[in-house]
Design a protein around this ligand. Structure first.
Ligand code: IPD
Ligand code: CA
Ligand code: CA
Length: 263
């Protein structure tokens, strides 16, 4: 069963990747959602429809939590948590950094996570208890145990100016220490890169379950640690997320929470 779920998620991600490659670089329809820069393109919707229709054909008894179409068919044996295009702002601006994120939950437990980068044909995937992989190769988190030598990645919510988590202050506090931080624009890829040991840590606020579900399983299966900023256990939908190689987790949490005082 787990193998079939994994194969289905991988194939669905490949199908969506094909859809996204087809639209990439073209003049496509783009609209705003919650904020002027929170975008959705016609290809977000096309990719999501392609994923849902493929998964439903293999597992008709599925529930879905998808970014564009929301919840459907409550009570299915498998719940699929899907972001068909993570990095829409990049995609809309013809920047080739974006991903497809698909996770599967059984009995409320994440069992499979797949993150696909269509432009590089990189497939990151994990199965609970079986490790994390980049294409066919097993991946592990990095070994960096010194925050000052860490290479980090983050992102910002669309409501950054009103957001109560002091995102800008946290960011400044880290870069002022001279620690290199990147902002790729796809939280799912950020997490996949932490799992693959490319980055040592990632933090962000106000992500949705579809941004992180697959990535959380990838980081955990690669040997990393995922929590809220204050190190309390992370649950999908929590306001803050900190995912690291485990070795820098305490220091990262301490720096973030020390300037994360609510206004
Ligand atoms: C966004 C990306 C981005 C993150 C935003 C997300 P979307 O997802 O993951 O990196 O900073 O908070 O909303 O809108 O491109 O699917
Ligand atoms: Ca997203
Ligand atoms: Ca999206």
């Amino acid at each position: 069963m787990l193998n079939k779920i994994k194969e289905t998620a991988l194939e669905a991600a490949r199908i969506a990747g094909e859809v996204l490659r087809e639209g990439y670089g073209k003049n496509i329809k783009i609209n705003s959602k919650s904020a002027i820069n929170d975008l959705v393109t016609e290809y977000d919707v096309k990719a999501e429809n392609a994923i849902m229709s493929y998964i439903s054909s293999v597992f008709p008894d599925s529930s879905f939590l998808c970014e564009e179409s929301g919840k459907s068919n409550a009570g299915g044996a498998i719940r699929w948590i899907i972001d068909p295009l993570d990095g829409t702002v990049n995609y809309a601006h013809k920047v080739p950094i974006f991903s497809v994120s698909i996770a599967a939950e059984v009995n409320s437990e994440l069992v499979v996570g797949v993150i696909y980068q269509p432009m590089l044909d990189e497939m990151f995937w994990a199965v609970r208890g079986e490790g994390a992989y980049w294409n066919e190769q097993k991946i592990n988190i990095s070994q960096c145990d010194d925050m000052m030598r860490a290479y980090l990645v983050t992102g910002f919510p669309y409501n950054v100016s009103e957001n109560p988590e002091n995102c800008a202050e946290v960011f400044v506090s880290i870069i002022q220490r001279g620690i290199p931080v990147r902002r790729l624009g796809s939280a799912a890829l950020d997490l996949a890169y932490v799992a693959a040991g490319r980055f040592d840590g990632f933090w962000e606020t106000d992500l949705n379950p579809w941004d992180v579900a697959a990535g959380v399983l990838l980081v955990e299966e690669a040997g990393g640690k995922v929590s809220a900023f204050d190190k309390s256990p992370y649950h999908l939908g929590d306001r803050t997320i900190l995912a690291t190689n485990g070795l820098i987790h305490d220091v990262a949490s301490q720096i973030i929470t020390s300037c994360n005082i609510k206004k």
